[in-house]
Design a protein around this ligand. Structure first.
Ligand code: SF4
Length: 328
């Protein structure tokens, strides 16, 4: 949706913006909301419509403050743990997924719980459960403490937890080389970093079970490919997203491999203008949890200082839509 950007150009002309420096903006596509994020946000809105406010949400439904604030304005109350939810209330779990223990806790507390976990995270849960049943030790490639990894760990029952985040940690795993092992990957992990760690696991373990298809989801893969196509042509990159979003951080890391000036910002107010070129090319992308309105407001801010021309760089098209979560 480039309507606002076009408006910026027209406004610039009206204001005699010919004197402004010219800036070419490369917009990575795809960018922004993925199917799992849309489904999770829809679930909260549907629950508010069906049950009426307040509806409680355990942890940020997706990792974006603007989304959280907008849902709060409609009557959602975000909590860290279920002991903050009054008995008998409606509660939703975030798109990142939860441990089965959280669902059991909701039952004990007599809460009406709906799990807005992304189906692609659920797929990883089912995989690790199968590996546990097959008697394999499960190694998770991901970021310790991230809610998705915490939730997935809850599905790895009856054995020690192994979470690794680097090739070096493969050697440190306290497992025999001939132990039956399986791995799973955080859906928002860097594809390149995962590939290096997986290669090290293959070299170390004789009996390694792998996912049938990559655990890194289509949205992460597509956004990382798109940012790569843009960052190599840009003097500076802007990644729209939160610092606590894994997806956003990985996009910034991928961009940094190809571009020396990369800013990860939640919105235009976070921009460091000194890092943008006086003339030249700026690339923009947005994490899977970032609303399109954030990109539009960044374009508007750029349009206030530059005469901008926009090129959308599309590396793939997405048509994935997940079935709405039933919340009645
Ligand atoms: S980033 Fe991937 S795994 Fe996460 S919600 Fe989106 S589609 Fe699902």
């Amino acid at each position: 949706m480039l309507v606002l950007a076009t408006d910026c150009l027209q406004d610039n002309r009206k204001r005699g913006a010919g004197k402004r420096p010219e800036l070419k903006v490369l917009l990575a596509a795809p960018r922004g909301f993925c199917a799992g994020v849309r489904r999770a946000i829809d679930a909260v809105e549907d629950a508010l419509a069906v049950h009426g406010p307040p509806v409680y949400v355990r942890r940020p439904i997706v990792h974006n403050l603007q989304v959280v604030r907008a849902l709060e304005a409609q009557g959602a109350i975000f909590v860290e743990e279920l002991d903050q939810v009054p008995t008998g209330s409606v509660v939703l779990f975030s798109a990142h997924g939860v441990s089965p223990e959280v669902s059991r806790d909701a039952l004990r507390r007599k809460l009406t719980a709906f799990d807005a976990v992304c189906p692609l995270v659920s797929k990883v849960h089912r995989e690790v459960e199968r590996h546990v049943r097959d008697g394999r030790r499960v190694v998770l490639i991901g970021h310790k403490g991230h809610p998705e990894i915490e939730g997935t760990l809850g599905h790895v029952t009856g054995q020690a937890a192994y979470v690794i985040n680097s090739v070096d940690e493969v050697d440190d795993l306290a497992l025999a080389d001939d132990q039956p092992v399986a791995y799973a990957v955080q859906t928002t992990y860097s594809a390149d970093e995962a590939a290096a760690i997986i290669e090290a696991l293959r070299k170390r373990f004789n009996d390694l079970a792998e996912p049938v298809s990559s655990d890194i989801c289509y949205a992460t893969t597509n956004r990382q490919n798109a940012v790569r196509a843009v960052a190599g042509r840009a003097d500076a990159m802007i990644v729209a997203g939160e610092h606590f979003s894994s997806n956003a951080c990985r996009l910034a890391e991928v961009a940094s491999e190809l571009c020396t000036s990369v800013q990860l910002v939640a919105g235009p107010e976070g921009l460091d203008w000194s890092l943008l070129p006086r003339h030249g090319v700026v690339g923009i992308t947005a994490a899977a949890s970032t609303p399109d309105s954030t990109v539009q407001s960044i374009l508007e801010a750029l349009g206030g200082r530059y005469e901008i021309g926009i090129e959308e760089v599309e590396t793939s098209r997405e048509s994935t839509v997940f079935k709405r979560l039933g919340v009645s």
